[in-house]
Design a protein around this ligand. Structure first.
Ligand code: AMP
Ligand code: GLY
Length: 434
């Protein structure tokens, strides 16, 4: 079976690595892929195809020309742009929600409406498109408030304002200066919640949802959650905040009701539904939905997955998730993201990267238990160069969270890259709790 994986990040490298292990897979195409998928040591033929993730006609053309049998979109942009519907139109199965279901991630207002309809707990909010009205609301509240652009904004669409002055600044930027464009033609002003965050992802087949083990992301760029938000600087699984025995219960609170609502609308949700949760003193609340694997949560989760990922994805698409068993390794996994210094602001590219093979081999660690997933990399004249903000996701399994973390950090020590940055506290919150 020939697969097409859409995307170029650490998540997509991890998806390719895991899917290559499936006995059904004969060949993997990546659109557009990265330095890891451009060559190297793969058990199956792998090929980068220069098509952008939101170029739906281009992707469909490739799917037809290359005889692709199954499509796995990584990023939200491919889903929101309609890849699943386009694949359905040509009869090729695609592991992802249809375009309407993808609006759960593509429009924060749509997500709030569906949450309200489904009875899912979330923060109170109000919607504005008019700058004057939004300003008046912020001034009347006169305290901490969260400003969210309705549409996709590549991580730049949420401002957690400590006070009215910060909130007004964010409103000016989004509604007047249009710094993130159309994504902020409407904004939500949301009550500020307090608490620790955790990610709960679930495989969904339209009706049935099967939660993955919990994971915790680290969104801020610096240690101790300081600095600006990023795509994610590291993740680990399981998160002691959400023990395995509670996964089903929380899934029935925040995922299953959404599946019921979408099915009733004639759009059964198939694929991955990811709830960003906050454990507040008032109980669990949903901060956001993503309609795909999280990046970097995907990397530790797939290191722990002990079943055939393609079989699970096929069961989701076919609506028979209840017929299969999904197993996970009992170990913990930690992924530490190595970024270019300056990310998520401006940063240098083209830094040479070496030491990856060394990093993956460690004394007393079984082969395959340390993996360096590549994100913003490219292969040029045999050299591996950085080409993006998040460059590597150094991921390790360990008997517990501490061992997994120590292995990941020891692996990082063996990697050479100028102007590299990473957080030193990935997993610390989990260690403090366990
Ligand atoms: P989102 O993309 O909606 O998950 O928001 C990005 C980040 O902003 C979250 O991971 C939280 O850290 C923070 N955030 C979002 N909504 C709220 C809220 N209502 N209260 C406090 N923090 C929030
Ligand atoms: N790590 C958060 C996300 O993928 O959106």
């Amino acid at each position: 079976m020939r697969l097409l994986i859409i995307g170029s990040g650490g998540r997509e490298h991890a998806l390719a690595w895991k899917l290559a292990q499936s006995h059904q897979v004969s060949e993997i195409h990546m659109a557009p892929g990265n330095g890891a998928t451009a060559g190297g040591n793969w058990s199956k033929p792998i090929l980068n195809v220069p098509v952008a993730v939101d170029d739906i006609p281009g992707l469909i053309k490739h799917i037809q020309a290359a005889g692709i049998d199954f499509v796995v979109p990584g990023p939200e942009l491919a889903l929101v742009s309609g890849i699943t519907d386009a694949c359905a139109a040509i009869g090729v199965p695609c592991f992802g929600p249809d375009t309407l279901c993808a609006r759960l991630e593509g429009s924060k207002i749509f997500a709030k409406e569906i949450m309200a309809e489904s009875g899912v707990p979330t923060a109170d909010y109000a919607v504005f498109s008019d700058h004057a009205a939004a300003t008046a609301y912020v001034k009347a509240k006169n305290g901490p408030i969260v400003i969210k652009a309705d549409g996709l904004a590549a991580g730049k669409g949420v401002v957690v304002a400590a006070n009215a002055a910060e909130a007004l600044e964010a409103l000016d930027a989004m509604l007047l200066q249009k710094n993130i464009g159309e994504a902020a033609s409407r904004v939500l002003l949301e009550e500020t919640l307090n608490g620790e965050e955790v990610s709960l992802l679930a495989f969904c087949d339209g009706e049935c949802a099967v939660p993955l083990p919990s994971a915790q992301d680290h969104k801020r760029v610096f240690d101790n959650d300081a600095g600006p938000n990023t795509g994610g600087m590291g993740a680990y699984s399981p998160a002691p905040l959400l023990p395995a025995e509670q996964g089903r219960e929380i899934c029935d609170l925040v995922i299953t009701p959404i599946l019921r609502t979408m099915k009733a609308k004639g759009h059964p949700f198939k694929g991955m539904l990811y709830a960003g949760l906050m454990f507040t003193p008032q109980g669990i609340k949903v901060l956001e939905y993503n309609t795909r694997f999280g990046d970097p949560e995907c990397q530790p989760l797939l290191m722990r997955l002990d079943s055939d990922l393609l079989e699970i994805m096929q069961a989701c698409v076919a609506g028979r998730l209840d017929e299969i068993q999904i197993c996970y390794r009992p170990e913990s996994a930690v992924c530490v993201v190595v970024s270019a210094e300056g990310y998520p602001g401006s940063y240098a590219k083209g830094m040479e990267i070496s030491g990856l093979e060394d990093a993956e081999a460690a004394k007393n660690v079984a082969p395959g238990e340390i993996k360096v997933f590549q994100a913003g990399t490219k292969l040029e004249n045999g050299k591996l160069l950085s080409s993006g903000g998040r460059v590597l996701g150094v991921t390790a399994l360990g008997a517990g969270l501490r061992e997994a973390r120590d292995r990941a950090y020891a692996a990082i020590e063996k990697i050479n890259m100028a102007k590299a940055h990473y957080r030193h506290d990935i997993g610390d919150k989990g260690l403090a709790r366990s």
